[in-house]
Design a protein around this ligand. Structure first.
Ligand code: G6P
Length: 615
């Protein structure tokens, strides 16, 4: 959470800072701000509440216009202190140090008390302000800015990605990271920093991804990096393949809609070069994958949000098809509960961003618990903390996902997990050649099936109207469809602010059925599988309580429409792998259109952020 961008260049930096902030808004948008060193080396700061657009408007009103060749900027997702101007970054200490921060300083109260007794004044309720004062204090005993930062950070516990400037050192930015991501962009006429390379694509495609504990001194013509112990280090320069065009919403109204409709291509891209006509290429998980998967006796999946829901689907697949035991857990719980990790466990992290703090920490924790395990990350982000920490890497090729609510990242994760299931099943001989070919055929049909499911948009738009005045919705499904129901419920609450929960249909009678009346719609997913008849009985139970029902079915499921029940055939002849992916599509469309009717900010829903880099 929170996005930071900064730069030192041979020209005015303001437009780059604003452009960078706009691209980083997915990380939070409670407030934003920027600061530059003006010609006489004094700070010039502007901060605004809400989205970056407000900061832009605020800057336009400034006479004279703010200018500077060195500056830092921030878009905030509030953790400590309400969203307000005085809590917005950048923060300043004694007109000497200013900084932007992504992360949480956990011992800030203790530090604050010390600093108060040393005469420092506080102007915010943030945890960040102590960092500025700590650096200013360190400057009294250090001869360089970087040495002051290196000294100050020794006193912090928690996480930080930092961009720091000082009026006493007007030629440099100091960057430091621990836990939170930070990248250096190498330009022709300047050097830059950002939480994510996408902020800097208009000035460079050359990046250095800082490692945990690194501190860097960035000047217009020189970059020097030290590790946490203070050793001078060299980090590789990587060339980014990302293109600016990916930030364009094109003919769509929102990025979420665009990303929903990009799914056929995203799935095609994720499958490319990973399957042949009749088999899966196991080496797609890494050249040692075959040897590793052969030894694996259980799988532990850890993830958050939609990625967690994808993991839940995979549990059914891995146990049913590959016959390997699989546990799935939300990362924020896993990392703190001292779990048991047996030898020969494949530890899988699932994450669109590869930066979710809880998922990263859960992975680190797992390695501490049992260093013999093999780790695999399935992510959409090639240069991320998770890829750096994992033994095996599988990149979903979903392309840039900008909307906070995940769509194509989720379905491509499912494709990756289907390939994982098939790979392990093949090596463990739980699937034969014929079954492997059937799975491959199903995967190849997916882009076409998704396109067909997308054709229902108009019908779903009409359904969405029914939710205009609803406060609560129940999603039900059985087997993998319970996980898909969870994803449907998550989408609905994220973007339409309607309370929604998902239940395994067989569990309704143990509680949630008490809630059902005509004000609470029930959405059911009815694939044509071995639990269909049981699901139909569950639907009868719901109907008897007067609920309005919407059933998304496989044409062959032949759910009989009843009064107050709408049955929508999504497609037909889906298999165990294709069904959960395809039934996701109408649920995405439904949430999207309900959100449109409710007039919410679809791509940037309130209180949320796309990349959750604080715990
Ligand atoms: C946030 C996003 C979700 C996402 C989750 C996990 O909550 O809003 O869309 O599923 O983080 O993110 P990750 O990048 O780890 O998949």
């Amino acid at each position: 959470m929170c996005g930071i961008v900064g730069g030192v260049a041979n020209k005015n930096i303001i437009s780059l800072l604003l452009e960078g902030l706009n691209r980083l808004e997915y990380r939070g948008y409670d407030s934003s701000g920027l600061i530059v060193l003006s010609k006489n080396n004094t700070f010039d700061r502007v901060r605004s509440l809400g989205k970056v657009k407000n900061l832009e408007d605020n800057l336009k009103g400034r006479v004279p216009l703010i200018e500077g060749n060195i500056g830092i900027a921030h878009t905030r997702w509030a953790t400590h202190g309400e969203p307000s101007i005085h809590n917005a970054h950048p923060h300043i200490s004694k007109n000497s140090v200013s900084l932007v921060h992504n992360g949480i300083i956990e011992n800030y109260i203790e530090l604050k008390n010390d600093q108060l007794s040393n005469g420092y004044l506080f102007t915010s309720e943030t945890d960040t302000e102590v960092i500025a004062h700590a650096i200013d204090f360190a400057m009294k005993s250090c001869s360089t800015l970087i040495a002051s930062v290196q000294l100050a950070i020794k006193s912090f516990s928690g996480s930080y990605g930092l961009g720091i400037i000082s009026s006493k050192y007007p030629d440099q930015i100091i960057a430091a990271r621990k836990g939170s991501p930070l990248v250096i962009g190498i330009g022709v006429n300047g050097n830059y920093i950002a939480s994510d390379q996408i902020a800097l694509l208009s000035v460079t495609n050359k990046f250095i991804f800082l490692e945990d504990g690194d501190v860097a001194e960035i000047k217009i013509d020189k970059i020097t990096i030290y590790d946490f112990e203070g050793n001078l280090v060299k980090r590789p320069v990587k060339i980014s393949k990302l293109k600016l065009g990916e930030f364009d919403v094109g003919d769509y109204d929102h990025f979420m809609q665009k990303e929903i409709f990009e799914q056929p291509q995203a799935i095609r891209d994720t499958l490319e070069s990973r399957i042949t006509n009749d088999s899966i290429l196991i080496s797609t998980f890494g050249f040692k994958a075959e040897e590793i998967f052969n030894k694996v006796t259980q799988v532990q999946i850890v993830a958050c949000g939609s990625s967690y829901n994808a993991g839940l689907v995979a549990k059914y697949w891995l146990e049913d098809i590959a016959k390997i035991s699989c546990n799935v857990e939300v990362a924020s719980e896993y990392r703190y509960r001292r779990p048991i990790l047996l030898n020969n466990t494949l530890f899988v992290t699932l994450s669109q961003s590869g930066e979710t703090a809880d998922t990263v920490e859960a992975l680190k924790e797992a390695k501490k618990i049992n260093s013999s395990i093999t780790t695999l990350c399935i992510t959409n982000s090639a240069e991320s903390t998770l890829t750096r920490l994992s033994d095996l890497i599988f990149l979903t090729h979903a392309g840039l996902e900008i909307s906070v609510a995940s769509s194509k990242a989720f379905t491509t994760q499912l494709v990756a997990l289907a390939l994982l299931t098939c790979s392990i099943g093949k090596l463990k001989n739980t699937i034969n050649k014929k079954q492997e070919k059937e799975i491959i055929d199903g995967l190849k049909r997916l882009p076409g099936l998704v396109s067909e499911a997308l054709l229902q948009e108009n019908q779903i738009k009409k359904l969405a109207i029914k939710f205009k005045d609803k406060n609560s919705t129940l999603f039900v499904g059985r087997g993998t469809m319970h996980a898909i129901a969870m994803e449907g419920a998550l989408k609905l609450k994220e973007i339409s602010y309607i309370h929604a929960e998902a239940y395994p249909a067989g569990e309704l009678k143990h509680g949630p059925i008490a809630l059902i009346d005509r004000h609470m719609p029930v959405i059911a997913i009815a694939p044509n599988d071995e639990l269909l008849e049981k699901l139909k009985s569950n639907l009868q139970e719901v109907k008897s309580r007067g609920s309005q029902m919407i059933v998304f079915e496989d044409e062959n499921s032949m759910v009989k429409p009843m009064e107050a029940m709408e049955v929508i055939p999504v497609t037909s002849n889906l298999g165990r792998i294709t069904a959960p992916i395809i039934f996701t599509i109408p649920l995405q469309l439904l949430s999207y259109h309900i959100a449109i009717i409710k007039g919410t900010d679809v791509d940037k829903p309130r209180n949320l952020a796309k990349s959750v880099t604080v715990e």
